[in-house]
Every structure is written in structure tokens, then in C-alpha cells.
Design a protein around this ligand. Structure first.
Ligand code: NDP
Length: 485
């Protein structure tokens, strides 16, 4: 079978596709079949140089344009992205294995939302006037310069846009490195941005493994690094950026709690637990994988959850009826199967799934463990796969303390019909992104990001502007200036 997946070239630099076959080949594998569907080459030092030089030389003129002009290009790109949604979604499905049912409504569409939102905001980015009697200070909101974006493999298009859109709106240039497992869609984002009128050199995409990311992060031409990845990679990238005193945004992993009280609407709570554990086959950073269920409803919750999981349509990701697809890679599948084995060895009770599926591709069954204890490995480490751990509780203060007893702090959710309790719990959560009676919504209008080890900074919303721009204060004296001598 031939796929429309081989890109024109591996990299996109200075407004065009560029190849350098001296770079190590990276095979792109369709997770539903294990077939190689494209090959790209890792960036050589010459490619890294070309991308950073292009970004550096294009940035000043872009930063000097009006926000209205910059925003118009981003909004045009958003429209083009929406018009191309079907093709982009098919490509994203090949790249990640996520069902078309998901990619067609979440990936390019949320990328387009970011381009539209930050495109609309670009013209509003101003400083302020600070009166000081006769004198005054005014502030200018200025770009940082060259931003490097490094992406994970679960939402390649979305991550490329969530980083690119605010960076460009603020007048920066970007060099983006996708995960080597999903190199295809960021190239399309670059293509669309330039077709929409983005001047050459402002959004470059180069391929490679962690070593290419590391070379970018430590380069003196780079002013800011935004990473979406795991906590261990975050520690390395943050440290490398610190050596150059670069700005950082770290969107890292999590092991988020989801608390379900006995007064919750059961169907909604089950929906929240499904969305927070099995969407994208569980490969979502903010997933609520520690599901604390009140003892009084545990039995009914598990029964209803199992009934609904049995209706998941697992199969060909391109079939619009399919609602659950494979893991991104054989390696990720093995990691998840190892965790499932650990859960069983630790004595957790397997309620649903628990095995690789008997078919080609990297499919792991949606898996639910009950009677999980706080100190079990499956309750402490990020699995990044379709494995839900259900824990019991019967006391509010106790469950909140247990929910917060983790190094992570990305997200947290609560299901209850008690209004005051919902807000009390949300206030008590140590997490950057919280949900009441819902889970995993991530609209561009709302800040998204983690506290504790889950990250630094926020993506989306007005808050992202703070992370892609800096304030310059200009003191203006109106009268004579006195000096001591
Ligand atoms: P990794 O941390 O393995 O990799 C993230 C990116 O960093 C990849 O592009 C990787 O390249 C690159 N990289 C690896 N080492 C270095 C280095 N030393 N210097 C610079 N770059 C480097 O994460 P995954 O791709 O496995 O993604 C899964 C993780 O991402 C999970 O922990 C998940 O929670 C987190 N995540 C967080 C999100 C959030 O918004 N908070 C959203 C999505 C995922 P390569 O892959 O080529 O090695």
C-alpha cells in the first residue's frame, strides 16, 4: 500500500523544503499496522545552522511590523488550516495512530483556534503609561527574538501551533523540532503559514532526536525554549536553557487526580473518567489517571464504566466509527504493558482489559485497575497509555491530601453536585489546570500548564503572551535633572 505521507523533504527552512541526506534516517511508522510510511533525515549541524540563521535574520523585520499585519497572516493561516482539516487529520492519524474520529475534531482544529486567537490578539499587544507626576514611564512589549519549540508525539499539529501562534503574534521567529516519532504534521503547519503570507524564515521545522533538540537549546542564537515532553527531558532542557539564561516554558507530564464523590451524576462521572483516561489511547499529559471513587458508589461506578468501555470501537483508525486506536509506537506499547504487569504484580484488581490486542499494530486494551493503593507504582508514575487506576476514599480532606501527594501538578478534576464542595476542592488542588464536572477540555482561551514538577509557564490564553514577550520600561523626565555633584 502506498501512503500520501512522504513529505517533500525532511526540513522546512527559510520558506522552503530542504533536504540533507547526510542526516541519519528516521523511519515514520503507522502505528495501526507497523508499516513504514515515510522516511525523514535528522538535522545535520548545517541544517541546524541554516534554520537558526534564517530565524535570526527574519525576526527583526517581523517584530517591527504592526500587530495587525502579523495577526492578519496568522488568521489567514487559521482559515487555510480549517479548509485543509480533512487532509491534515488523515496525515495526523498516520503519524500518531489516533483515530480520525479524534484528529478530525481536535488536532488541526485546535491548531487553527490558536492561530486565530493569537492572530486576533496580535494588534492588542501594547505597553502601558505610568504617570509619575510630571515625569512618566511607558512600557513597550517586545518580542524575545528566536524561540525554539520542541514537541511531544501525542498532539504534533496542536503543539506546533500552540507554540508557534503566540510566538509569531508577539513578533518572534521560531525553530520547531517535532518528536522524531511524529515528524510529518509540523511541516504542513510551516507550509500553511508561509502560504498564508508569513515571510521566509519565521517558522522553520527541523527533524531529529533529542540530540538535535539539545543542540538547539544550547545555541547562543536562541532566546527562548518551549518544551512539551516528559519531566526527565524537562529537567535536562531547563538546565541547558539556564546555562544561557534563556526564557523557558515547560509543559511536562502528570499523574493527575480525578475525584468522584458519591453525589456526582454517575453517567457524567464515567464520561469524565473515560475522557480523562482513554482518549488518544491514554496518551494525554493532563489525563486523570488516579481516579478516586467514593466507597459508596465504587461498585456501580466500576460496573457502568466496564459496560461503557465494552462499547468502544477499536480498530482501523481511519474508519470514522473507530473510537480507540493504537499506541504511538511499539516501544510505548511495551512500556504500557510493563506497567500493566507491575499493577498485577502489586496486587491491584484488574477490572477491564489488561492485554495487547490480538491484531497487527500497537494496540493495548483499555485497562482499568481497582483497589489501587497510593503507594503502588501504577498510582505514582506517569504511564502515558490507556491504564486507569481506581482508588477508594470516604473522607473529603483525606482524599484531597492524597490527590496532592505527588510530585506532579498538571491537572486535577472533581465530580460532585455540591457546588461549594466543588470550588473548595478546586481551590485545594495543587495543579495548574482543574476541572469541575468535566475533564480535559483545553480551549485556547484558557491558560494551560502545570505546577510543581509538571511545568513552568502557561500556554494558550492571554497568559501565553507573558512567555513570548518582554517588557521594556522607558523613563521619561520632563524637567531638569539634578545630580549630587
Ligand atoms: P520526551 O520527553 O521523550 O520528548 C519530548 C521532546 O524532547 C521530543 O521532541 C524529544 O526528541 C526531545 N528531547 C529529548 N531529549 C532532549 C534533550 N536532551 N534536549 C532537547 N530535546 C530533547 O517526551 P515524549 O515525546 O515521549 O512525550 C511524552 C511526554 O510528554 C509525557 O511525559 C507527557 O506527559 C508529556 N506531554 C506533556 C504535555 C503538556 O502539555 N504538559 C502535552 C503532551 C505530552 P525525540 O522524541 O526525538 O527524542
Amino acid at each position: 500500500m502506498s501512503y500520501p505521507t512522504q513529505p517533500t523533504a525532511s526540513h522546512f527552512i527559510n520558506g522552503q523544503y530542504v533536504e540533507d541526506t547526510d542526516g541519519a534516517p528516521i523511519e515514520v511508522i503507522y502505528p495501526a499496522t507497523g508499516e513504514v510510511i515515510a522516511t525523514v533525515h535528522s538535522a545535520t549541524p548545517a541544517i541546524i545552522d541554516a534554520a537558526l540563521d534564517a530565524a535570526r535574520s527574519a525576526q527583526a523585520a517581523w517584530g517591527a511590523m504592526t500587530g495587525t499585519e502579523r495577526g492578519r497572516i496568522l488568521r489567514r493561516a487559521a482559515d487555510m488550516m480549517r479548509a485543509a482539516n480533512h487532509d491534515l487529520s488523515v496525515l495526523e492519524t498516520y503519524d500518531t495512530g489516533k483515530p480520525y474520529q479524534e484528529t478530525s475534531v481536535v488536532d488541526a482544529t485546535s491548531g487553527a483556534d490558536a492561530l486565530e486567537y493569537f492572530g486576533g490578539m496580535a494588534a492588542t499587544l501594547t505597553g502601558e503609561h505610568i504617570p509619575l507626576g510630571e515625569d512618566w514611564v511607558y512600557t513597550r512589549r517586545e518580542p524575545l527574538g528566536v524561540c525554539v519549540g520542541i514537541g511531544a508525539w501525542n498532539y504534533p499539529t496542536q503543539i506546533a501551533c500552540w507554540k508557534g501562534a503566540p510566538a509569531l503574534a508577539c513578533g518572534n521567529a521560531m525553530v520547531f523540532k517535532p518528536s522524531e516519532m511524529t515528524p510529518l504534521c509540523a511541516l504542513k503547519v510551516a507550509e500553511i503559514l508561509h502560504a498564508a503570507g508569513l515571510p521566509e524564515g519565521l517558522y522553520n521545522v527541523i527533524q531529529g532526536l533529542g540530540d538535535v533538540g539539545a543542540a538547539l537549546v544550547s545555541d547562543a542564537r536562541v532566546d527562548k525554549v518551549s518544551l512539551t515532553g516528559s519531566v526527565p527531558t524537562g529537567r535536562k532542557v531547563y538546565a541547558a536553557a539556564a546555562a544561557g539564561i534563556k526564557h523557558v516554558t515547560m509543559e511536562l507530564g502528570g499523574k493527575s487526580p480525578l475525584i468522584i464523590f458519591d453525589d456526582a451524576d454517575l453517567e457524567n462521572a464515567v464520561s469524565g473518567a473515560i475522557l480523562g483516561n482513554f482518549y488518544s489511547s491514554g496518551q494525554v499529559c493532563s489525563n486523570g489517571t488516579r481516579v478516586f471513587v467514593h466507597k459508596a458508589i465504587k461498585h456501580t461506578f466500576l460496573k457502568r464504566l466496564s459496560e461503557r468501555l465494552a462499547t468502544a470501537v477499536i480498530g482501523d483508525p481511519m474508519d470514522p466509527q473507530t473510537s480507540f486506536g493504537p499506541m504511538v509506537s511499539e516501544r510505548q506499547m511495551s512500556i504500557v504493558l510493563d506497567y500493566i504487569a507491575k499493577g498485577q504484580a502489586e496486587g491491584a484488581r484488574l477490572v477491564f482489559g489488561g492485554a495487547r490486542m490480538d491484531r497487527e499494530g500497537f494496540y493495548v486494551q483499555p485497562t482499568v485497575f481497582a483497589d489501587v493503593h497510593d503507594d503502588m507504582i501504577i498510582a505514582r508514575q506517569e504511564i502515558f497509555g490507556p491504564v486507569m487506576a481506581v482508588l477508594d476514599f470516604d473522607d473529603e480532606a483525606d482524599v484531597l491530601a492524597r490527590a496532592n501527594d505527588t510530585e506532579f501538578g498538571l491537572a486535577a478534576g472533581v465530580f460532585t453536585c455540591d457546588l461549594t464542595r466543588a470550588h473548595r476542592i478546586a481551590a485545594g488542588f495543587q495543579a495548574g489546570t482543574c476541572y469541575i464536572n468535566t475533564y480535559n477540555d483545553a480551549p485556547v482561551e484558557a491558560p494551560f500548564g502545570g505546577s510543581k514538577a509538571s511545568g513552568v509557564g502557561r500556554e494558550n490564553s492571554k497568559a501565553a503572551i507573558e512567555h513570548y514577550s518582554q517588557i521594556k520600561s522607558v523613563y521619561v523626565r520632563m524637567g531638569d535633572l539634578e545630580a549630587p555633584f
